[in-house]
Design a protein around this ligand. Structure first.
Ligand SMILES: [Zn+2]
Length: 65
């Protein structure tokens, strides 16, 4: 039994039903997870479009001349 790391929903995955690198979506919270390893089955949240880029604004603030 594999639980969603985000909302603890039972994702109902079997180790032999998924491949490493496969992306699983939680039906409950919609989070996408990549299968890191299959034995033991380990998931990693993708967090697409959720990347923090706070330090980018300072880059092009200088003088262009
Ligand atoms: Zn979930």
């Amino acid at each position: 039994m594999v639980l969603c790391p985000e909302c603890d929903t039972n994702l109902d995955l079997q180790e032999d039903e998924v491949d490493e690198g496969e992306v699983i979506s939680c039906p409950e919270c919609g989070t996408d997870f990549e299968v890191v390893t299959t034995s033991p089955l380990e998931l990693k949240a993708m967090e697409e479009g959720y990347v923090e880029e706070e330090e980018e604004e300072e880059a092009e603030d200088g003088d262009y001349s």
